[in-house]
Write a protein that binds this ligand. Structure first.
Ligand SMILES: [Fe+2]
Ligand SMILES: [Fe+2]
Length: 408
């Protein structure tokens, strides 16, 4: 992660949902005032308290990455996201110690932590391992804070230091509420974060998400964590974007929302594996050499991902696995879930191509079959322009969705 070992490190954890200007100020102020070599900005994976559906980790990691750009010494870490299970600061601190063997670890926290830290997991052990670095905003009453710090020191042996930042009062929950109401953010997040939020329509699907049970949501986050090491950050953002759009289409068409989102999160799992491995996995899934031969190199990752997923969990049903296996070819006889994944992969908000809007309009109007025909036609047009042969499974699918009068 770092070229030179960091001896004095700070950990700044949070959901960063979204990452805003006050988060950036905390990082900047810590680096300029505390004796540290770096600050690890660590977006949370699984929250201990599941009172809200936090955004997919790929978006939150990306916002943090863009949010600290240009700050020397700020390192966005996926340690908690890629570690299975609920994340506790105590365990994260132990992993950082093992990895870097630092002289000191600071935990960056807001002043509210002085009153709430008792509820943290293994707080006494944590405070033995790390020093609490509490940020003072201009408006904070430093007398009260000193008294609370002394009290914490007496009670738990805590070491507490303070650093200052400008009096910025921003709350992620307020920003999410603003976006939900269609209000502008007015520069309250770093510019690149704001444009990511706009491009991916983040925080506009809260009502879709809230219809998913907390249990199913935490399963989704767990699946995203499982797929994390397989994918580049760019591909993770694409997968989260497809998941979000698939959830939206599912909500419009009566399909299980969590299931559609899970397909989106996992569909490109095999995309970055070596081709030979993709071919072997695809062959194992398809169990049919003629069918396998219809999958060109760019398409093998679909059935390969289906094979990997069936090994994660052998109770996966055929529809789920087929949705993933045929997400880039389509096939005749697709279920609504399969069509939703195929379409979302092509028209989610991370995609930009001309003539995309008519496909979105059909899909969002619930006309999935018409959207399939329209989308396949666009895919074929692009392939013909590039001189690439059309896939026989896709052609058979197109004939079904467009009727026999088709051009292809
Ligand atoms: Fe794909
Ligand atoms: Fe994809």
């Amino acid at each position: 992660m770092m070229e030179t070992p960091a001896k004095r490190i700070a950990l700044y954890g949070g959901t960063f949902d979204p990452f805003h200007n006050a988060h950036r100020e905390v990082v900047r102020s810590a680096l300029s005032q505390l004796p540290v070599d770096c600050v690890f900005v660590m977006p949370l994976g699984q929250a201990p308290h599941k009172n809200r559906r936090i955004s997919p980790a790929a978006f939150r990691f990306e916002m943090a990455r863009l949010g600290v750009e240009g700050i020397e010494g700020a390192i966005v870490s996926d340690d908690e996201i890629s570690t299975p299970g609920v994340d506790y600061t105590y365990e994260t601190v132990l992993r950082l110690k093992e990895q870097f063997d630092p002289e000191i670890i600071y935990i960056l926290a807001g002043s509210d932590v002085l009153s709430s830290i008792d509820s943290w997991f293994r707080v006494r052990d944590l405070l033995r391992e790390a020093t609490l670095a509490v940020v003072r905003r201009g408006s904070d009453h430093s007398g009260d804070m000193q008294a609370k710090a002394k009290e914490l020191q007496k009670r738990c042996g805590a070491r507490v230091v303070f650093f200052d930042m400008p009096p910025l009062t921003l709350a992620s929950s307020d920003l999410r509420a603003r976006i939900e109401k269609g209000q502008a953010l007015n520069g309250q997040c770093p510019a690149q974060v704001e444009s990511l939020i706009q491009r991916h329509h983040l925080y506009t699907f809260s009502s879709v998400y809230s219809s998913i049970s907390a249990e199913k949501w935490s399963h989704l986050i767990e699946m995203e964590g499982l797929s994390w090491p397989y994918l580049s950050q760019e591909r993770r953002v694409h997968s989260a974007s497809v998941a979000q759009y698939a959830g939206y289409l599912a909500s419009l068409t009566g399909v299980d929302i969590a299931r559609a989102m899970e397909c989106g999160l996992l569909h490109d799992l095999a995309k970055q594996l070596p081709l030979r491995e993709q071919r072997e996995l695809a062959g194992a899934f398809l169990k049919d050499d003629v069918m396998l031969a219809a999958f060109s190199e760019e398409l093998l990752h679909g059935p390969a991902a289906a094979e990997i997923i069936s090994t994660f969990d052998d109770s996966r049903d055929e529809e789920f696995l087929n949705a993933i296996a045929f997400h880039s070819t389509a096939r005749p006889g697709m279920s609504s879930l399969e069509q939703i994944l195929f379409l979302s992969d092509k028209i989610a908000y991370d995609r930009t191509f001309c003539r995309l809007e008519p496909i979105r309009a059909l899909a969002e109007g619930g006309e999935l079959r018409a959207a399939m025909a329209c989308c396949l036609r666009e895919v074929f047009n692009a392939l013909v322009r590039e001189g690439i042969a059309l896939n026989p499974i896709s052609l058979a699918a197109y004939r079904e969705y467009a009727g026999d009068s088709s051009l292809y």
